[in-house]
Each structure stands twice: as structure tokens, then as C-alpha cells.
Design a binder for this molecule. Structure first.
Ligand code: HEC
Ligand code: HEC
Length: 293
């Protein structure tokens, strides 16, 4: 807050408090004139002007004194930090420090353990599961089973690789799947043929459906990422098209849509949000999900 704003707020607050005192005591009816009337008359009924009950009056006074004490002790008066030196960030930091001190020994125990070994420690996996529930389940599902566009992490089919190193890199740096759109270049027939050929690779077409027309296109364009045999490439995040596992679905229209318009699945990077201990535990947890199969 700039200096002027600070002075403005301090002045306003002071006026309000002093004003409240003046209002309270300036207009007070004294017990002595307790027979006084307000002068309002209705149907011959007059209104007494009695003093406020003492407990009511002192309650007001106490709130005002409390306000003053509070503003002296805590931040509230413009830029004045308060005599106690309390701050929200300070309190937050203190709580973080306590939590760090408490969990540090637990993390230290697992820090130097290789991921493959960690993936067999039930307690570490329970921690990994909780971190997963907080950070990953909204996209991958609470059981990591995935959803359309969000890969299943429980199977052994990997876009970017299922080794401990690959999973660690995925979580730390994120991943950007990049399948360019082919609609312009291939035209609608070309897209249709390529889709049929892509589906045929996993036997996903009804028996007898013509699919060879897309083969030439696949061999010249698609194979550069998906491989000549369609088995994919984990360096590019290009899915294996032969295994019957579909990130976006195996319906003909869905596959055509992907080929026509491209696909851009994005896994966010967590290197800046989660510390290395947590990413270590998460890596082990994700590894354990498919290693268990
Ligand atoms: C905002 C949604 C979102 C969140 C949150 C998210 N992911 Fe992902 N994740 C994705 C998407 C989308 C992909 C697929 C990227 C692609 O299409 O190449 C992915 C891919 C992955 C992969 C690679 C899978 C493979 O087959 O190679 C792993 C491993 C993974 N995520 C783990 C995690 C973990 C662990 C967390 C929590 C720290 C997490 N993800 C949080 C969306 C998300
Ligand atoms: C530049 C590399 C590249 C080329 C060339 C490419 N793809 Fe892809 N393709 C990808 C990537 C990467 C993905 C995953 C996109 C994502 O993660 O969002 C993908 C996804 C797909 C999918 C969805 C798979 C699923 O599991 O849902 C299909 C189908 C597909 N491609 C077919 C093709 C066809 C057919 C061609 C040729 C016309 C082609 N691709 C050319 C990189 C490529």
C-alpha cells in the first residue's frame, strides 16, 4: 500500500473509532432524567427516553477498546505492522516449518532409496498415493485408471516410457503430445483411408473392411512418428497403434477427428510445485501401479 493510502486508511479508522465514542456518550440519556420523554405521542401513548442498560453500554465500550488494542497489536492500521509483529505469511511459514521438521525424517528415510526398491515399500506407496490423490487424480482418476485424453497409468502401455527415469522426467518437466493436423494435406478421403489403416493395425475394424488404401499414406507420413509397424515412439510420445489401447478412443469418427485436426495432450510440469522428495515418492507409486500387473 502506498503511503497516501496508508494515511487515508489510518485517518478513516481513527475518525470512525472516535466518532463511535462521541455518538455513544454525546447522545447518552443520564439516569437522572429517567422520567424524560422523547416527545413522540401516538394515540395518547408517550415514549420514555430511558438510558441504555449499563451492560449494553459497556459492551459497546469494550468492543471499541478491543478495536484499539487489536489495531495496536496486529496489522490493520494502514502500513503499521502492529507491535506483535504478526503476519499471515509469518504464521504460514511457521506452520510450514513445523510440518517440515515433522516429515523430514520420514522423507529422509526414502530419499536415497532407488525408485525400484521404493516401489515395494508399502508405507512409501501409501504416501505416494496420497500425493497422487491431491495432485494427479483430477486428470488421471483416483485409481490412476485414466479417462479419454488422460492416459491410464495402471497398464503397461506408455506414451513416454514406463521406466523409473521416464516417469520421473514426465512428472518433473511435463509432456506435450504433438500430433499435427492432417486434414488440409490429406483431404477427407485421405483422412478416412488413414483412419481405416490405423484402426486395422490393432484389428479394430470389422472383418472384411477395406483398409489397404491408407497404407501408402501411413508409410510415408505417419510412420515417421508412429513407426513403420505402428508400434509408436516413446521419444515423441507417439502412441502404439497396434495394441488396442486408445488414448482418445477407437471409434472411426474419433480417430478421423484426431487425424484431421491433430491432438495436443498436455501433461503439466510439477517440478516447480512439488519438491524432489514428493516427486521421488510419486514416481515409485506410479511405477508400482503397472509393475503390479
Ligand atoms: C491437468 C491434467 C493432468 C494432471 C493434473 C496430471 N496429468 Fe499426467 N498427464 C496428463 C495428460 C493429458 C497426459 C498425456 C500427455 C500426452 O498426451 O502426451 C499425461 C501423462 C502422464 C504420464 C505419462 C503416461 C505415459 O503413458 O507415458 C504420467 C506418468 C503422468 N501423466 C503422471 C502424472 C502424475 C504423477 C501427476 C500428478 C503429479 C499427473 N500426471 C498430473 C494430464 C495430467
Ligand atoms: C509428428 C509426429 C506424428 C505424426 C507424423 C503422426 N502422428 Fe499420430 N500421434 C502423434 C502423437 C504425439 C500422438 C499423441 C497425441 C497426444 O498425446 O495428444 C498421436 C496420436 C495419434 C492417434 C490417437 C491414438 C490414441 O491412442 O488415441 C492416432 C489414431 C494417430 N496419431 C494416427 C496418426 C496417423 C494416421 C498419422 C498419419 C496421417 C499420424 N498419426 C501422424 C504423433 C504423430
Amino acid at each position: 500500500m502506498t503511503g497516501n493510502w496508508s494515511i487515508y486508511i489510518i485517518t478513516l479508522t481513527a475518525i470512525m473509532i472516535v466518532g463511535s465514542f462521541l455518538l455513544l456518550f454525546g447522545n447518552r440519556t443520564r439516569p437522572a432524567d429517567s422520567e424524560a420523554k422523547t416527545g413522540h405521542v401516538y394515540d395518547g401513548i408517550e415514549e420514555y427516553d430511558n438510558p441504555l442498560p449499563a451492560w449494553w453500554l459497556y459492551l459497546f465500550v469494550i468492543t471499541l477498546l478491543f478495536a484499539i488494542a487489536y489495531l495496536v497489536a496486529y496489522p490493520g492500521l494502514g502500513n503499521f505492522p502492529g507491535l506483535l509483529g504478526w503476519s499471515q505469511t509469518g504464521q504460514w511459514q511457521a506452520e510450514v516449518d513445523v510440518a517440515k521438521a515433522r516429515y523430514e525424517p520420514v522423507f529422509a528415510k526414502y530419499r536415497d532409496m532407488p525408485v525400484e526398491q521404493l516401489a515395494k515399500e508399502p508405507e512409501a506407496l501409501r504416501m505416494g498415493q496420497r500425493i497422487f490423490a491431491n495432485n494427479c487424480s483430477q486428470c488421471h482418476g483416483s485409481d490412476a485408471g485414466g479417462a479419454r485424453g488422460f492416459p491410464n497409468l495402471r497398464d503397461s502401455d506408455w506414451l513416454w516410457g514406463g521406466s523409473a527415469d521416464a516417469i520421473h522426467t514426465t512428472i518433473t518437466n511435463g509432456r506435450q503430445g504433438g500430433m499435427p493436423p492432417w486434414g488440409q494435406m490429406l483431404g477427407e478421403d485421405g483422412v478416412n483411408n488413414a483412419a481405416h489403416y490405423a484402426l486395422s493395425l490393432s484389428g479394430a475394424l470389422p472383418a472384411g473392411t477395406e483398409s489397404a488404401a491408407g497404407e501408402a499414406t501411413f508409410k510415408t507420413i505417419c510412420s515417421s512418428c508412429h513407426g513403420a509397424d505402428g508400434k509408436g515412439n516413446t521419444l515423441l510420445g507417439a502412441p502404439n497403434l497396434t495394441d488396442g489401447i486408445w488414448l482418445y478412443g477407437s471409434e472411426l469418427e474419433t480417430v478421423k477427428h484426431g487425424i484431421r485436426n491433430g491432438r495436443m495432450g498436455q501433461m503439466p510440469a510439477f517440478g516447480a510445485t512439488l519438491d524432489s522428495d514428493r516427486i521421488h515418492l510419486l514416481t515409485a507409486y506410479v511405477l508400482s501401479l503397472s509393475a503390479a500387473r
